[in-house]
Ligand binder design. Structure first.
Ligand code: ADP
Ligand code: MG
Length: 232
């Protein structure tokens, strides 16, 4: 099967807000997809439904042909959610060990450290780490089960320029091995630089989907500017 996941007619309503309004999206294995849109577009809610953290009011989610739960339990699916918190008094090394114990075939700790670049501060408490370092710890935890599909919700939102560049370099290692990534962003430049496909969301709907150039050709500059805030 070449499909990584398939969303069909997803709807999610929060009181008066229709956060996700009929989203259908199929992503094949090996694709690196940017979910691009302004704050409030419905990106996080879509990702939460892909993870089974939120259940849709309508529609269905299939990950590797099964449920999100099954994909998470087997380690094939992993994610970095927005604002995921880490306890101050534990160390990255302890967290990696805890995560490793949850999977049947986790990556060796050493490999997790190397891939995420956390070796230098693995024994320091999380409360003492910088934002960029904490983000690398979150990335390390997502890598522990050796996933085939990684969902990243605004992974660089809180990072400075250098930390951002480092983060995307680690990501590139992951995708170069043919794995699948969906990342949410409101930076057009990140979508252009790191994705081979862009899915543009606005008001809970997918308004464009294709290669960066196709999306640019089919959507007027005015709409793209309205949808995307900031550049880098
Ligand atoms: P994005 O990630 O693109 O910024 P979200 O999916 O977080 O968008 O939010 C989409 C819309 O749904 C927003 O209007 C947001 O305020 C609303 N929303 C999201 N989560 C909740 C919630 N738990 N309760 C109420 N409204 C929510
Ligand atoms: Mg969000």
């Amino acid at each position: 099967m070449t499909e990584a996941f398939r969303l069909t007619g997803l709807v999610k309503q929060f009181k008066q807000v229709r956060a996700v309004d009929g989203v259908s999206l199929t992503v094949r294995r090996g694709e690196v997809v940017a979910l691009l849109g302004p704050n409030g577009a419905g990106k996080s809610t879509t990702i939460d439904m892909l993870l089974g953290l939120t259940s849709p009011d309508e529609g269905s989610v299939r990950v590797f042909g099964g449920s999100p739960r099954a994909a998470l339990d087997s380690g094939r699916l992993a994610a970095m959610v927005q604002n995921g918190f880490l306890l101050r008094d534990v160390t990255p090394g302890e967290l990696v060990e805890l995560h490793r114990s949850m999977f049947r075939n986790p990556l060796p700790a050493k490999e997790v450290y190397e891939r995420a670049g956390i070796g230098e501060f693995a024994k320091r408490r999380c409360g003492k780490l910088s934002g960029g370092q904490l983000q690398r710890v979150r990335y390390a935890l997502a890598l522990t089960g050796d996933p085939e599909l990684l969902l990243l919700d605004e992974p660089t939102a809180a990072l400075d320029v250098d930390a951002r560049r480092e983060f995307w370099a680690s990501m590139h290692e992951f995708t170069a091995a043919g794995r699948t990534v969906l990342f949410a962003t409101h930076y057009l430049a990140e979508a252009e630089d790191y994705a081979d496909r862009v899915v543009l969301m606005r008001h809970g709907k997918v308004v464009a989907d294709g290669a960066v150039d196709e999306v640019r050709a089919n959507v007027s500059g005015r709409v793209i500017r309205a949808v995307v805030q900031g550049t880098r």
